[in-house]
Design a protein around this ligand. Structure first.
Ligand code: SF4
Ligand code: SF4
Length: 315
Protein backbone atom coordinates (compact mmCIF):
# COMPACT_ATOMS: atom_id res chain seq x y z
CA UNK A 1 0.00 0.00 0.00
CA UNK A 2 1.43 3.40 -0.96
CA UNK A 3 1.99 6.14 1.55
CA UNK A 4 -0.68 8.23 -0.17
CA UNK A 5 -3.34 5.51 0.15
CA UNK A 6 -2.51 4.87 3.78
CA UNK A 7 -3.33 8.44 4.79
CA UNK A 8 -7.01 7.97 5.71
CA UNK A 9 -7.60 6.57 2.24
CA UNK A 10 -7.27 9.91 0.49
CA UNK A 11 -4.59 12.01 -1.11
CA UNK A 12 -4.25 15.64 -0.18
CA UNK A 13 -5.73 18.06 -2.68
CA UNK A 14 -2.21 19.25 -3.49
CA UNK A 15 -1.22 15.67 -4.27
CA UNK A 16 -4.23 15.22 -6.55
CA UNK A 17 -3.56 18.44 -8.47
CA UNK A 18 0.12 17.61 -8.71
CA UNK A 19 -0.69 14.11 -10.01
CA UNK A 20 -2.94 15.63 -12.70
CA UNK A 21 -0.18 18.03 -13.82
CA UNK A 22 2.31 15.16 -13.85
CA UNK A 23 -0.04 13.08 -15.99
CA UNK A 24 -0.13 15.91 -18.56
CA UNK A 25 3.65 16.02 -18.48
CA UNK A 26 3.87 12.23 -18.92
CA UNK A 27 1.62 12.46 -22.00
CA UNK A 28 3.92 15.09 -23.42
CA UNK A 29 7.21 13.29 -23.13
CA UNK A 30 8.57 14.26 -26.56
CA UNK A 31 11.85 16.16 -26.63
CA UNK A 32 10.17 19.24 -28.13
CA UNK A 33 12.67 19.46 -31.00
CA UNK A 34 10.63 20.36 -34.09
CA UNK A 35 11.26 18.24 -37.18
CA UNK A 36 9.70 20.86 -39.44
CA UNK A 37 8.82 24.54 -39.32
CA UNK A 38 5.28 25.31 -38.15
CA UNK A 39 3.38 27.33 -40.80
CA UNK A 40 2.37 29.85 -38.14
CA UNK A 41 5.97 30.49 -37.14
CA UNK A 42 6.89 31.58 -40.67
CA UNK A 43 4.81 34.66 -39.86
CA UNK A 44 7.02 35.49 -36.89
CA UNK A 45 8.40 38.97 -37.36
CA UNK A 46 11.88 37.67 -36.45
CA UNK A 47 12.92 35.25 -39.19
CA UNK A 48 16.01 34.37 -37.21
CA UNK A 49 13.89 32.97 -34.36
CA UNK A 50 12.22 30.60 -36.84
CA UNK A 51 15.58 29.60 -38.25
CA UNK A 52 17.19 28.95 -34.85
CA UNK A 53 14.25 26.81 -33.66
CA UNK A 54 14.34 24.72 -36.83
CA UNK A 55 18.13 24.30 -36.56
CA UNK A 56 17.86 23.15 -32.92
CA UNK A 57 20.27 25.87 -31.82
CA UNK A 58 18.62 26.32 -28.44
CA UNK A 59 17.23 23.57 -26.22
CA UNK A 60 13.42 23.80 -26.42
CA UNK A 61 11.46 25.15 -23.51
CA UNK A 62 9.71 22.52 -21.39
CA UNK A 63 6.13 23.30 -20.44
CA UNK A 64 4.90 22.33 -17.01
CA UNK A 65 1.66 20.46 -16.35
CA UNK A 66 -0.33 23.60 -15.64
CA UNK A 67 0.62 25.13 -18.99
CA UNK A 68 -0.10 21.87 -20.80
CA UNK A 69 -3.55 21.86 -19.17
CA UNK A 70 -4.08 25.37 -20.50
CA UNK A 71 -3.25 24.20 -24.04
CA UNK A 72 -5.76 21.36 -23.62
CA UNK A 73 -8.43 23.84 -22.57
CA UNK A 74 -7.64 25.93 -25.67
CA UNK A 75 -8.03 22.87 -27.86
CA UNK A 76 -11.44 22.10 -26.34
CA UNK A 77 -12.55 25.68 -26.97
CA UNK A 78 -11.45 25.34 -30.59
CA UNK A 79 -13.44 22.10 -31.01
CA UNK A 80 -16.48 23.97 -29.76
CA UNK A 81 -16.03 26.55 -32.52
CA UNK A 82 -16.30 23.78 -35.11
CA UNK A 83 -19.48 22.49 -33.47
CA UNK A 84 -20.91 26.03 -33.51
CA UNK A 85 -20.50 26.27 -37.28
CA UNK A 86 -22.21 22.92 -37.77
CA UNK A 87 -25.10 24.06 -35.54
CA UNK A 88 -25.80 27.01 -37.84
CA UNK A 89 -25.79 25.07 -41.07
CA UNK A 90 -22.16 24.88 -42.15
CA UNK A 91 -20.81 21.77 -43.78
CA UNK A 92 -17.43 21.08 -42.20
CA UNK A 93 -14.89 18.51 -43.35
CA UNK A 94 -12.32 18.06 -40.61
CA UNK A 95 -10.44 15.04 -41.97
CA UNK A 96 -8.75 14.48 -45.28
CA UNK A 97 -11.05 12.21 -47.34
CA UNK A 98 -7.94 10.55 -48.79
CA UNK A 99 -6.82 9.58 -45.24
CA UNK A 100 -10.10 9.58 -43.29
CA UNK A 101 -8.56 9.25 -39.82
CA UNK A 102 -6.14 12.14 -40.35
CA UNK A 103 -6.49 15.90 -40.44
CA UNK A 104 -5.81 17.70 -43.71
CA UNK A 105 -2.05 18.23 -43.95
CA UNK A 106 -0.36 21.14 -45.72
CA UNK A 107 3.29 21.02 -46.74
CA UNK A 108 5.43 23.76 -48.28
CA UNK A 109 9.15 24.43 -48.63
CA UNK A 110 9.92 20.94 -49.85
CA UNK A 111 8.17 19.38 -46.86
CA UNK A 112 10.21 21.34 -44.28
CA UNK A 113 7.22 23.43 -43.27
CA UNK A 114 4.23 21.35 -42.32
CA UNK A 115 0.95 21.85 -40.51
CA UNK A 116 -2.59 20.57 -40.08
CA UNK A 117 -5.83 22.32 -40.96
CA UNK A 118 -8.75 22.57 -38.55
CA UNK A 119 -11.05 21.98 -41.48
CA UNK A 120 -12.52 23.10 -44.77
CA UNK A 121 -16.14 24.17 -44.81
CA UNK A 122 -18.93 26.06 -46.52
CA UNK A 123 -21.97 27.94 -45.38
CA UNK A 124 -24.81 25.92 -46.87
CA UNK A 125 -27.43 28.44 -45.71
CA UNK A 126 -26.18 30.91 -48.33
CA UNK A 127 -24.69 28.32 -50.71
CA UNK A 128 -21.25 29.76 -49.95
CA UNK A 129 -17.94 28.60 -51.43
CA UNK A 130 -15.53 26.20 -49.71
CA UNK A 131 -13.36 28.08 -47.23
CA UNK A 132 -10.44 27.31 -44.97
CA UNK A 133 -11.50 27.08 -41.32
CA UNK A 134 -9.09 28.16 -38.62
CA UNK A 135 -10.09 28.01 -34.94
CA UNK A 136 -8.21 29.72 -32.12
CA UNK A 137 -8.73 30.60 -28.48
CA UNK A 138 -7.36 33.81 -26.98
CA UNK A 139 -7.05 35.35 -23.56
CA UNK A 140 -9.15 38.45 -22.95
CA UNK A 141 -6.52 40.99 -23.99
CA UNK A 142 -5.55 39.16 -27.15
CA UNK A 143 -9.21 38.53 -28.07
CA UNK A 144 -10.11 42.21 -27.81
CA UNK A 145 -7.05 43.28 -29.76
CA UNK A 146 -7.74 40.78 -32.56
CA UNK A 147 -11.40 41.76 -32.75
CA UNK A 148 -10.46 45.43 -32.96
CA UNK A 149 -7.46 45.39 -35.32
CA UNK A 150 -7.96 42.16 -37.27
CA UNK A 151 -5.91 38.99 -37.38
CA UNK A 152 -3.26 40.27 -39.82
CA UNK A 153 -2.23 43.02 -37.42
CA UNK A 154 -2.94 41.37 -34.08
CA UNK A 155 -1.91 37.77 -34.78
CA UNK A 156 0.41 37.78 -37.80
CA UNK A 157 1.45 34.19 -37.13
CA UNK A 158 -2.16 32.97 -37.47
CA UNK A 159 -2.57 35.10 -40.59
CA UNK A 160 0.55 33.51 -42.13
CA UNK A 161 -0.68 30.04 -41.26
CA UNK A 162 -4.02 30.63 -42.99
CA UNK A 163 -2.37 32.16 -46.05
CA UNK A 164 -0.09 29.15 -46.48
CA UNK A 165 -2.97 26.70 -46.05
CA UNK A 166 -5.11 28.59 -48.58
CA UNK A 167 -2.15 28.54 -50.94
CA UNK A 168 -1.70 24.77 -50.66
CA UNK A 169 -5.39 23.94 -51.03
CA UNK A 170 -6.24 26.57 -53.64
CA UNK A 171 -8.82 28.30 -51.41
CA UNK A 172 -9.66 31.99 -51.86
CA UNK A 173 -11.09 32.74 -48.40
CA UNK A 174 -10.59 31.64 -44.80
CA UNK A 175 -12.85 32.05 -41.79
CA UNK A 176 -10.86 32.88 -38.70
CA UNK A 177 -13.02 31.85 -35.73
CA UNK A 178 -11.85 32.81 -32.29
CA UNK A 179 -13.11 32.62 -28.77
CA UNK A 180 -12.31 34.41 -25.55
CA UNK A 181 -11.10 31.86 -23.01
CA UNK A 182 -12.08 34.17 -20.15
CA UNK A 183 -15.75 34.78 -21.00
CA UNK A 184 -16.58 32.54 -24.02
CA UNK A 185 -17.28 35.51 -26.31
CA UNK A 186 -16.91 34.49 -29.95
CA UNK A 187 -15.95 36.39 -33.08
CA UNK A 188 -15.08 35.69 -36.71
CA UNK A 189 -13.23 37.32 -39.54
CA UNK A 190 -13.11 36.54 -43.25
CA UNK A 191 -9.55 36.56 -44.61
CA UNK A 192 -8.86 36.78 -48.35
CA UNK A 193 -5.97 34.92 -49.95
CA UNK A 194 -3.04 37.23 -50.70
CA UNK A 195 -0.73 35.72 -53.33
CA UNK A 196 2.02 38.34 -53.05
CA UNK A 197 2.14 37.98 -49.26
CA UNK A 198 2.49 34.20 -49.64
CA UNK A 199 5.28 34.72 -52.14
CA UNK A 200 7.17 36.80 -49.57
CA UNK A 201 6.59 34.18 -46.87
CA UNK A 202 7.92 31.43 -49.09
CA UNK A 203 10.99 33.50 -49.98
CA UNK A 204 11.68 33.94 -46.30
CA UNK A 205 11.19 30.20 -45.74
CA UNK A 206 13.55 29.34 -48.59
CA UNK A 207 16.29 31.43 -47.00
CA UNK A 208 15.79 29.53 -43.75
CA UNK A 209 15.93 26.04 -45.20
CA UNK A 210 18.83 26.96 -47.49
CA UNK A 211 20.88 26.84 -44.23
CA UNK A 212 23.61 29.06 -45.67
CA UNK A 213 23.14 32.43 -44.02
CA UNK A 214 21.99 33.39 -40.58
CA UNK A 215 19.05 35.76 -40.92
CA UNK A 216 19.51 39.16 -39.27
CA UNK A 217 18.41 39.82 -35.72
CA UNK A 218 15.21 41.77 -35.32
CA UNK A 219 17.03 44.07 -32.91
CA UNK A 220 20.55 44.63 -31.68
CA UNK A 221 19.18 45.47 -28.29
CA UNK A 222 18.82 42.49 -25.92
CA UNK A 223 16.20 44.47 -24.02
CA UNK A 224 13.96 44.82 -27.07
CA UNK A 225 10.64 43.32 -25.94
CA UNK A 226 10.68 40.43 -28.38
CA UNK A 227 14.26 39.47 -27.58
CA UNK A 228 13.67 39.72 -23.85
CA UNK A 229 11.18 36.84 -23.92
CA UNK A 230 12.77 34.85 -26.74
CA UNK A 231 14.21 31.36 -26.20
CA UNK A 232 17.18 32.31 -28.35
CA UNK A 233 18.22 35.41 -26.46
CA UNK A 234 21.26 33.58 -25.07
CA UNK A 235 22.52 32.76 -28.56
CA UNK A 236 21.68 36.12 -30.13
CA UNK A 237 22.79 38.48 -27.40
CA UNK A 238 24.75 36.68 -24.71
CA UNK A 239 27.25 34.57 -26.60
CA UNK A 240 25.65 31.19 -25.73
CA UNK A 241 27.07 28.31 -27.74
CA UNK A 242 24.57 26.45 -30.00
CA UNK A 243 23.40 23.01 -28.87
CA UNK A 244 25.54 20.22 -30.27
CA UNK A 245 23.48 18.06 -32.67
CA UNK A 246 23.34 17.29 -36.39
CA UNK A 247 21.19 20.33 -37.17
CA UNK A 248 23.89 22.73 -35.99
CA UNK A 249 26.63 20.67 -37.68
CA UNK A 250 27.96 21.99 -40.96
CA UNK A 251 27.73 18.53 -42.56
CA UNK A 252 23.95 18.22 -42.29
CA UNK A 253 21.64 19.27 -45.08
CA UNK A 254 17.92 19.63 -45.56
CA UNK A 255 16.89 17.27 -48.37
CA UNK A 256 13.76 16.91 -50.47
CA UNK A 257 10.43 15.92 -48.93
CA UNK A 258 11.28 17.07 -45.42
CA UNK A 259 14.23 14.68 -45.02
CA UNK A 260 17.71 15.40 -43.64
CA UNK A 261 21.06 13.92 -44.60
CA UNK A 262 24.72 14.01 -43.60
CA UNK A 263 27.20 14.94 -46.33
CA UNK A 264 30.12 13.55 -44.33
CA UNK A 265 28.71 10.06 -43.78
CA UNK A 266 26.47 10.04 -46.83
CA UNK A 267 23.49 8.86 -44.81
CA UNK A 268 19.96 9.92 -44.00
CA UNK A 269 19.44 11.35 -40.55
CA UNK A 270 16.59 10.17 -38.34
CA UNK A 271 15.39 12.20 -35.37
CA UNK A 272 17.25 10.34 -32.58
CA UNK A 273 20.49 10.06 -34.54
CA UNK A 274 20.28 13.74 -35.34
CA UNK A 275 19.80 14.60 -31.71
CA UNK A 276 22.91 12.67 -30.69
CA UNK A 277 25.28 13.79 -33.48
CA UNK A 278 28.67 12.09 -33.81
CA UNK A 279 32.37 12.69 -33.17
CA UNK A 280 32.78 14.30 -36.61
CA UNK A 281 30.58 17.17 -35.51
CA UNK A 282 31.65 20.59 -36.79
CA UNK A 283 29.73 23.67 -35.78
CA UNK A 284 28.18 25.29 -38.85
CA UNK A 285 30.23 28.50 -39.30
CA UNK A 286 27.07 30.49 -39.97
CA UNK A 287 26.30 30.04 -36.26
CA UNK A 288 29.51 31.68 -35.08
CA UNK A 289 28.85 35.11 -33.61
CA UNK A 290 30.12 37.95 -35.76
CA UNK A 291 32.31 40.57 -34.11
CA UNK A 292 29.84 43.22 -35.29
CA UNK A 293 26.85 41.52 -33.59
CA UNK A 294 28.74 40.94 -30.35
CA UNK A 295 29.82 44.57 -30.25
CA UNK A 296 26.35 45.95 -31.01
CA UNK A 297 24.73 43.80 -28.28
CA UNK A 298 27.31 45.08 -25.84
CA UNK A 299 26.76 48.71 -26.90
CA UNK A 300 22.97 48.37 -26.57
CA UNK A 301 23.32 46.79 -23.15
CA UNK A 302 25.51 49.59 -21.88
CA UNK A 303 22.99 52.13 -23.21
CA UNK A 304 20.04 50.32 -21.61
CA UNK A 305 18.21 52.63 -19.23
CA UNK A 306 18.43 51.90 -15.55
CA UNK A 307 15.40 50.27 -13.98
CA UNK A 308 12.66 52.88 -13.67
CA UNK A 309 12.17 54.39 -10.25
CA UNK A 310 8.64 53.72 -9.04
CA UNK A 311 6.61 56.80 -8.23
CA UNK A 312 6.22 55.78 -4.65
CA UNK A 313 9.90 54.91 -4.29
CA UNK A 314 12.17 57.35 -2.56
CA UNK A 315 14.70 58.99 -4.89
S1 SF4 B 1 16.63 37.00 -29.41
FE1 SF4 B 1 15.70 38.57 -30.68
S2 SF4 B 1 16.88 38.59 -32.58
FE2 SF4 B 1 17.32 36.66 -31.53
S3 SF4 B 1 15.91 35.20 -32.40
FE3 SF4 B 1 14.98 36.02 -30.55
S4 SF4 B 1 13.72 37.74 -31.25
FE4 SF4 B 1 15.13 37.23 -32.90
S1 SF4 C 1 29.06 14.65 -39.18
FE1 SF4 C 1 28.08 13.65 -37.46
S2 SF4 C 1 27.20 15.33 -36.29
FE2 SF4 C 1 27.64 16.10 -38.33
S3 SF4 C 1 25.76 15.84 -39.49
FE3 SF4 C 1 27.01 14.04 -39.84
S4 SF4 C 1 26.30 12.57 -38.31
FE4 SF4 C 1 25.62 14.57 -37.66
Amino acid sequence: MSEQQSYHGRRTVEEIVDAIYKSYEADNEGDGLPWSIRPSSIGDECGRAVQLAWMWVTAPRKFDGRMLGLFEAGKRAEDELIRDLKRIGWEVIEKDPARPTKQWQAKVLDGHCKGYLDGIGRDRVVSGPWMLLEMKSHNNKSFNKTKKYGVAAAKPEHYAQMQLYMHVFGLEVAVYSFTNKDNSEKWKEYVDYDASYVERLLEKGSMIIGKRVLLPRISNNPDYFKCRFCDHKGFCHEGAVPERNCRTCEHSRALADGAWGCDKHKCALAHDLMKAGCTDYQLNPMLLPTAEETASSRRSRSRAPAAPVCEDQEA
